[in-house]
Design a protein around this ligand. Structure first.
Ligand code: DSN
Length: 482
């Protein structure tokens, strides 16, 4: 508490508005249950490791190989963070510099292209350095780098925007092919993916998701990649905490099977908002050139916080946490479906649930807003083959990483599932503004009695599980809000 208070007091000397917003954010989070599947609460040690003078350092290059003098301490921090990451995940190599998951993916893509295409071509030219190649060789190299095929999980089937979506640069770097979940059961069909891979012959086969509620068999995916000579890459941003916490083991742990694994560090892993790349040693040389390949300066203060988070994630308490995240999620999914919501694939193996609200007569946007009014924060999400597109959507995505960090258990999950179902059933489509004989896809109406009851029930749940209980909200409000 004291460290936080000092931090806010110092900030308020220059920008009182910022201190006010931080305190108000704490108040918001204390009064709303956070079910956003990609969010969490990191520990205070992780947060405080970021707020210091390390932010003042430029550290281009890699540990012990910098373009600026004076990096002895940053070298020690980055080296420790990378070692902790390797030990936590059983990886041969770790690059802890990416600022976020999208950065991690861009770095991974370029490192794969660099290792598999650029390096062999340079060798063919009899060169080791890019700056020495002739103009003709440079053109040959650029042509070879372009138009590579990437085969990844389709956005509507839960794949991520950075896996080749046309509004992301990955969609323009590669010739994109996607695999979908099965229309019958919403699950990945490995035989179908294999057939597609044989047909497409991708340069990279990419697995990973931001909205798929089941485990992936990475052993099987690696077999497919090997059969077609592809590099196998996994983006475990959503479920890295379940890998670190040994819930996903054997064929469901991507690290032993993939050539390159990327992740964010702030979702189920409970670290700072940042990214990470793990790889086999083959890709180490290219990944070490992340600065300047895809980045300017790394963020040493955030790397320090990653080191703290990796150590926390190696603890027995974290394993217990990861196990409870999945148990809670299964309880929440069951409660939703017992209370009449349509849960996709019939349940979940991980930290997230997908619900179809189209079948309850709403768009995802309407259900999201209605639940938010009742102090439940989650996000609308496209569903497989969604008729309502990516803006209105037909679904909700929610997860248990954050409420489990607060200590919530099965009873709270049952209660939240029941409240959510009640709110969805008590919500209807408002008339469209332009033509009131039609229904709006954006605006909703909620039964006031349902809203009052749901908000009260959420409040009761939250009273027992305050966000950051170490922080005295009333005191902070008095100090900074006046
Ligand atoms: N925004 C994150 C998510 O919600 O899955 C990933 O980009």
């Amino acid at each position: 508490m004291l460290a936080y208070l000092c931090n806010l007091a110092e900030t308020a000397k220059t920008s009182p508005e910022i201190a006010v917003s931080v305190v108000k954010e704490l108040e918001n989070q204390r009064t709303r249950v956070k079910l956003i599947a990609s969010e969490n609460y990191c520990s205070l040690p992780v947060q405080l490791a970021m707020g210091n003078l390390l932010t003042d350092k430029y550290a281009e290059g890699s540990p012990y190989h910098r373009f600026y003098a004076g990096n002895e301490n940053v070298d020690a921090i980055e080296d420790l963070a990378a070692k902790e990451a390797c030990s936590l995940f059983g990886a041969q190599y770790a690059n802890v510099q990416p600022h976020c998951g999208a950065d991690a993916n861009i770095l991974a893509f370029w490192a794969i292209l660099d290792t598999k295409i650029e390096k062999p071509l340079l060798q063919k030219f009899g060169e080791t350095n890019l700056y020495k190649v002739t103009d003709a060789q440079w053109n040959e190299l650029r042509a070879a780098l372009g138009n590579q095929r990437l085969l990844a999980q389709d956005y509507y089937s839960g794949g991520h925007l950075t896996h080749g979506y046309r509004y992301n640069m990955s969609g323009r770097m590669f010739d994109i092919h996607t695999y979908s979940v099965s229309k019958e059961n919403g699950l990945l069909d490995y035989d179908q993916i294999e057939k597609q891979a044989m047909d497409v012959r991708p340069f990279i086969l990419l697995a990973g998701y931001s909205a798929y509620p089941r485990k992936i068999n990475f052993k099987r995916m690696r077999e497919i990649a090997d059969k077609v000579g592809a590099v196998f890459m996994v983006d475990m941003a959503h479920f890295a905490g379940l890998v670190a916490g040994k819930v996903f083991t054997g064929e469901y742990d991507p690290v032993p099977w993939a050539h390159v694994v990327t992740t964010t560090t702030h979702k189920t892993l409970r670290g700072p908002r940042a990214g990470l790349v793990l790889a086999t040693s083959e890709f180490a040389d290219a990944l070490d050139r992340g600065c300047p390949m895809t980045m300017g300066g790394p963020l040493p203060h955030v790397i320090a916080a990653k080191a703290v988070a990796f150590r926390e994630a190696a603890s027995p308490e974290f394993r217990d946490y990861a196990k409870r995240v999945v148990e809670n999620c299964q309880t929440l999914a069951t409660s939703c479906s017992e209370n009449g919501l349509e849960v996709l694939t019939g349940g979940t193996d991980n930290h997230l649930v997908l619900v179809n609200v189209n079948s309850a007569g709403l768009t995802g946007r309407q259900a999201e807003s209605s639940l938010h009014e009742c102090h439940i924060t989650l996000n609308r999400n496209s569903l497989p083959f969604d008729p309502n597109g990516p803006w209105y959507t037909s679904g909700l995505r929610f997860g248990t990483a954050a409420p489990t960090s607060l200590g919530m258990g099965k009873d709270e999950m049952k209660e939240l599932g029941s409240i959510m179902a009640k709110v969805v059933k008590g919500t209807s489509q408002a008339p469209a503004e332009k033509d009131p004989s039609k229904k709006s896809k954006a605006k909703h109406l909620i039964d006031p009695a349902v809203k009052a009851e749901a908000t009260e029930r959420v409040k009761k749940v939250l009273e027992r599980f305050p966000v950051y209980p170490q922080l005295d909200l009333e005191f902070l409000k008095k100090a900074f809000l006046g």
